[in-house]
Design a protein around this ligand. Structure first.
Ligand SMILES: Nc1ncnc2c1ncn2[C@@H]1O[C@H](COP(=O)(O)OP(=O)(O)OP(=O)(O)O)[C@@H](O)[C@H]1O
Ligand SMILES: [Mg+2]
Length: 298
């Protein structure tokens, strides 16, 4: 189950901040726009969207607008039939949109894994034995089946993030908003979290909004929103994004590993220029196959 997200001319300004922050102000060293918008756009139910952009471009602000932690200064954010500006809708919205943040150490609230995952649904008033069933199911969904009694302080960063995701899943959300969920993890922890998110998206069909600075993670998504200075400046597929070197350079974005490798192979005089559209390892392997032993061009 999942619901769509609709932004209608959404503007958010942090209270007490100046309204300055045009591109010219930035160039003059003045602070960026304190907030976002106007932003309009929709994310269909079940889509996997990557939200990217430089520091301060408004990604976390938009994530908080999606689940009603922030309410637009003007415009509307709708989740299906619910509206974050309508106070009576906000609890339902928070239940249906789970937010996972960057720091694995300040998201867990209880001393054991089971108590932590139970925290959200318990606050919703879910009684036993349904509560226990939800916790067990959510832990199984993140690959931590039977970990209820483990002390949270003994977990690795990746395991903590999976417990945080399980805590959100126990609320049975329809949208997962992940704000740089791998930024503080080592490669093993990153892989644990990314494969968990992908499996949940595929198996539960939830809408995923994945905020990241990692261009390899962008390749997991079906669609990308690029924010700059509080505005939505590009709405395109990962393939379209990485085919626009000017946009990437303007936003100081890196290339994912395969296109970066293709660029270097071509620059080093590879016998026949490789297409810059190659994105995934399998595509690169096929393109290089003719030069492999037995491939006909070695
Ligand atoms: N609590 C706050 N009070 C005032 N201004 C804020 C607050 N939080 C963010 N801002 C401002 O709002 C703008 C958008 O910030 P936001 O945190 O949403 O950016 P971001 O894209 O998530 O950045 P990062 O990549 O660093 O996480 C920035 O100009 C920021 O300084
Ligand atoms: Mg942020």
């Amino acid at each position: 189950m999942s619901i769509p997200i609709l932004c209608e001319e959404v503007i958010y300004r942090y209270p007490g901040q100046s309204a300055g922050g045009t591109g010219r102000d930035l160039a003059a060293g003045l602070p960026p726009l304190p907030g976002v918008g106007p932003i309009s756009g929709s994310i269909p139910a079940g889509q996997y969207l990557a939200l990217i952009g430089p520091n301060g471009s408004g990604k976390s602000t938009l994530a908080r607008l999606f689940n009603g932690l922030l309410v637009p200064t003007s415009g509307r954010v709708r989740l299906g039939e619910l509206d974050t500006s309508v106070e009576a809708d906000v609890w339902e919205i928070r239940r249906r949109i789970g937010l996972v943040f960057q720091n694995p150490d300040n998201q867990l609230v209880a001393s054991t894994v089971g108590e932590d995952v139970a925290f959200g649904p318990e606050n919703l008033g879910i009684p036993q034995p349904e509560l226990g069933r939800r916790v067990a199911k959510a832990l199984a969904q993140v690959g931590l089946e039977g970990w209820e009694d483990v002390q949270t302080h003994r977990l690795s960063g990746g395991q903590k993030q999976r417990v945080a995701i399980a805590g959100v899943l126990a609320m049975q959300p329809e949208v997962l908003v992940l704000d740089e969920p791998t930024a503080m993890l080592d490669p093993v922890g990153q892989e644990e979290v990314l494969s968990t998110v992908l499996a949940l998206w595929r198996e539960l069909g939830v809408t995923v909004v994945h905020i990241t600075h990692n261009m390899n993670e962008v390749l997991l998504a079906e669609r990308v929103w690029v924010l700059a200075e509080g505005h939505l400046v590009a709405d395109l597929s990962p393939r379209q994004l990485f085919a626009q070197p000017e946009l990437l350079a303007e936003l100081h974005l890196d290339l994912p590993v395969v296109p970066a490798l293709v660029q270097q192979l071509n620059a080093s005089g590879w016998p026949q220029p490789l297409p810059s559209s190659l994105l995934f390892p399998e595509e690169l392997v096929s393109a290089l196959a003719p030069w492999c032993p037995g491939g006909g061009r070695s």
